[in-house]
Design a protein around this ligand. Sequence first.
Ligand code: NAD
Length: 294
Amino acid sequence: MANVAFIGLGNMGGPMAKNLLAAGHKVEVFDLVPAACAELQDAGAGVAGSAAEAVVGKEYVISMLPAGKHVAGTYLGEDGLLARLDSSTTVLDCSTIDAATAREVGEAAAAAGIGFMDSPVSGGVAAAAAGTLAFMCGGSAETFEKARLVLADMGKNIFHAGPAGAGQVAKGCNNMLLAIHMIGTCEALEMGVRNGLDPAVLSEIMLASSGRNWSLEVYNPYPGVMESAPASNDYQPGFMVDLMAKDLGLALEIAEQAGVDNRMGQLAGELYRAHQQAGNGKRDFSSILETLKD
Ligand code: NAD
């Protein structure tokens, strides 16, 4: 079992750290919010007074922070964690951040001889609690092998996407595609309903035809078609519009930096931002269907 520091104990990091404890790892935690640390202490974790204190003598440092600026602030610079670690530590940042910052931190870690891997996740709070997250990792093959030992206790699918930053690129590609097929699914269902079709019958037809996709199959956006989907529960998340809008912003940056013509992704970004600004940020992302009804 490993000696782990876990930094960032929010909606995702809290349950992830608990799963490491449940698997028998020794975990010391830090979060800016004392209540978040106290909850982990109750679950058996040690609590440090700072991130710098938490990482002393650890084999693994794992972080789950809101955005790139928090990750850069935690790891880079004279006071950053990379300046305090050595090659005996493996650093796994599971936050969803911009690929440029992930590459920058990865390169700084490599220059200091430290194994770093951007390891963003797919799957929300429920998957974090159940230990069924998917990890998309960017870093060296050697670091990936070490990372699997702890990631396997928090998730069930662990992918090596490529070098530093590749995990964030994979996540951006996936979430851009998810937004596009969710909006397309909503448009197809609404078109059928306005022409007198039953959305459940139309869904069944498309699921057995070439329009089949994940949004239709496990997350039907039309209320009443799929009992377990957020659409049938007043669009309670699930996966919030705020997070989809954030992830699309990151995906569009990745596309722009590579000079990719991604008009569908850009339009999805515009539609989700407008939906967010209309006061739907905390609702499930499948509520984008409602914009078609206005
Ligand atoms: P959250 O806001 O609930 O948690 C973030 C935590 O980080 C907070 O507890 C905050 O106090 C702490 N924090 C911020 N700066 C810190 C610092 N410098 N040092 C220590 N702690 C600090 O966010 P979340 O929902 O847990 O998401 C975390 C990351 O996971 C984000 O990048 C998000 O995009 C990604 N993600 C979230 C979901 C989801 O469904 N919530 C799904 C997939 C990925």
